[in-house]
Design a protein. Structure first.
Length: 256
């Protein structure tokens, strides 16, 4: 039986870096990845077929990846596509996929693949907001939208903050419903500081025989920039951001 891993976290939380590393250590994260972009020069490490399915589910519900909707409807044809994706990979001993949109579909995938394991990543909220802003500025179309963005910057930052809260609360809620043996919850900073400890824990917890590849061979200087500006948020929003971050830190899997 295959061992399957779903890797996810809020956008700009280091999931691409982690999936790149997993792929180098021996977990097949896909054969056809999304193309490299200026906002993610080392690659997304997202399987095109899974991303396409998730986007189509969101489109069916008239939603995008920043949705705060808990009630996505999955049509029969999307269910069949998901089954096909799993069937196509049934002979791969150890494999997985990564997509931040998977957070919106955790219950769905957990039912589809009973032997599914989960790796959840989180990151400081202000660093995520900062990274989302920098990604938008790097976008080739930004010059045409810059005036609009600057005039709506406050509402956009609020959207990013609300999305960060929503996605991470989804993770926190979901891990309460599954055995601890089936998941790891990890601050991306912990991974950057001691990838060897995380590697040993993966092999031990999930009974794997992966081959260690140092993160130093993958990571580039200034990747996952830390110590971002503390954004001005409404008092109530800042409190919910802080409370959610504390809950994540409290629930984080301890490696060392």
């Amino acid at each position: 039986m295959s061992k399957i891993f779903l890797v996810t976290g809020m956008h700009r939380s280091g999931t691409s870096l982690f999936s790149n590393w997993l792929n180098n250590c021996g977990i097949n994260m896909g054969d056809k990845f999304l193309d490299v972009e200026i906002s993610n020069p080392t690659g997304f490490y997202e399987d095109k077929k899974f991303v396409s399915l998730h986007k189509d589910i969101l489109n069916d519900n008239n939603r995008d990846h920043f949705t705060l909707d808990n009630n996505l409807i999955i049509s029969e044809d999307k269910l069949l596509r998901a089954q096909k994706l799993l069937k196509e990979r049934k002979n791969i001993p150890i494999w997985g996929w990564k997509d931040p949109r998977s957070i919106l579909l955790l219950d769905f995938w957990n039912k589809m693949a009973e032997d599914l394991n989960f790796i959840f990543l989180f990151r400081n909220p202000d660093e995520v907001i900062n990274s989302l802003e920098r990604r938008m500025i790097k976008n080739k179309d930004f010059i045409f939208r810059s005036k609009y963005y600057l005039s709506h910057r406050r509402s956009t930052i609020k959207l990013y903050a609300e999305s960060w809260i929503f996605n991470n609360l989804k993770i926190l809620s979901f891990i309460e419903k599954i055995p601890k043996e089936k998941y790891i919850l990890l601050d991306i900073k912990s991974f950057k500081r001691n990838d060897k400890a995380i590697f040993l824990e993966l092999n031990s917890k999930f009974k794997l025989s992966l081959n260690y590849n140092s993160l130093d061979k993958i990571i580039k200087p200034n990747l996952l920039k830390e110590h971002a500006t503390v954004y001005k948020l409404a008092k109530e929003t800042r409190k919910r951001v802080g409370d959610t971050f504390e809950s994540l830190k409290h629930k984080e899997t301890i490696f060392f």
